[in-house]
Design a protein around this ligand. Structure first.
Ligand SMILES: [Zn+2]
Length: 374
């Protein structure tokens, strides 16, 4: 494609995206044949196929048993738990952590649905924030956390703060963030009960950048954009809040999911992990983001191999699991994951060592939370 054609493609894309803000999702365009219609091909419809005659590994199963530290209640609405287990077995997932975000009766019913499947799942609960902006908040939420623990919850999550307060819950004049003293009692109780907290802060950096021709994560960033949300705490501000909460509660274990959304700056993430021994990360739903930087990513995994958990956060599809395993285990280069990820980048495998794989797949989880392979 020459430069003019590429430029016009970007222009078309930009206008198409702007037009689509309040419009229904457009019907996919017909396939382009022999250059017909290529001038109006939208970037979102671009599906390149890698032509390189390099190593292509067909992954069936992970090398070692895997604990998936980041999943949700997908099976309850899609396909059922039996099917989820079949898929897990097909690729070597021995256990899945279900981050329910729930408490009260909702938590109890989710717990009851998974309980018959024993060790294949571990169920984590949420936090009850109701009344956090009124005097006296705390003891009732702590009591509910303890009740969930007694039912069977073994951790807390996924809490989420994309800059407008935890779980978008509440008073716009009084946003609650993870380092708020009103959460001290809860986070202290988590430490006492040995419940780790899975916390999502911010979003990948491309969501904060201008939605223009320079945004190299444009395809996916636009769907999740935050650049048009005035008043939210910015990316660095959210990372700082995470660090201050982790520092404030040294006895509580925190898992910043999605690499704390610092996949674009693994050096900064490394500094955080070095400074904060009770901080861990999971890699859920951030495989595309490290696909273009396999050497930097594998250096990061090597250096922080005791602090990273495998996670998915993308359902229970067999092809999805296999793509994540391929990216971690192989050194395959320049392949695409159009069916799995929103970005349009080519992916590259990290080729992690057996030692690192064992740690991120199950040893770190068992060391922290107990388990048969301790
Ligand atoms: Zn999640």
């Amino acid at each position: 494609m020459n430069r003019i054609t590429y430029f016009s493609l970007l222009i078309v894309l930009t206008f198409a995206l702007l037009r689509c803000v309040n419009a229904p999702v457009p019907v996919p365009v017909a396939p382009v044949e022999n250059g017909q219609g290529v001038e109006s091909l939208l970037l979102k419809d671009y599906r390149p196929v890698s032509v390189y005659k390099t190593v292509r590994t067909k992954i069936e199963k992970a090398k070692y048993p895997v604990i998936d530290m980041h999943s949700h209640t997908y099976a309850l609405s899609e396909g059922g738990i039996d099917q989820a287990i079949k898929n897990m077995d097909a690729v070597g997932i021995s256990k899945t952590i279900i981050l329910t975000k729930s408490y009260g009766a909702a938590f109890d019913s989710i717990y009851a649905a998974y309980a018959p499947y024993g060790d294949r799942f571990e169920i984590w609960c949420g936090i009850d924030y109701s009344g956090y902006d009124k005097p006296g908040y705390g003891p009732a939420a702590v009591a509910e956390l303890e009740r969930c623990y007694k039912v069977g919850a073994r951790g807390v999550g996924e809490l989420s703060d994309k800059g407008s307060g935890l779980d978008k819950n509440g008073n716009p004049e009084d946003k609650l963030h993870l380092n708020d003293p009103r959460l001290d009692g809860l986070l202290q109780k988590c430490a006492e009960l040995g419940m780790a907290i899975n916390i999502h802060v911010a979003e990948p950096i491309w969501m904060y950048l201008p939605m223009d021709e320079h945004n190299d994560g444009l395809m996916n960033a636009f769907d999740w954009r935050l650049d048009n949300k005035p008043g939210i705490i910015d990316h660095q501000g959210m990372v700082d809040i995470l660090a201050s909460a982790v520092r404030r509660h040294p006895n509580t274990t925190f898992i910043a999911c999605h690499y704390a959304n610092l996949s674009y700056d693994l050096n900064q993430l490394g500094e955080l992990l070095s400074a904060l021994p009770n901080l861990y990360v999971d890699n859920g739903a951030r495989y595309a983001e490290v696909g273009p930087i396999p050497r930097a990513a594998s250096d990061f995994y090597e250096a922080f191999q005791d602090r990273i958990f495998y996670g998915t956060d993308m359902g229970h599809d067999v092809d999805m699991y296999r793509m994540t395993i391929r990216q971690l285990e192989t050194e395959d280069e320049h392949f695409y994951g159009h069916d799995q990820y929103g970005y349009h980048w080519a992916l590259n495998g990290m080729g992690l060592s057996d030692e690192v794989l064992r740690k991120i797949y199950f040893e770190n989880a068992n060391r922290l939370f107990g388990g048969p392979n301790q």
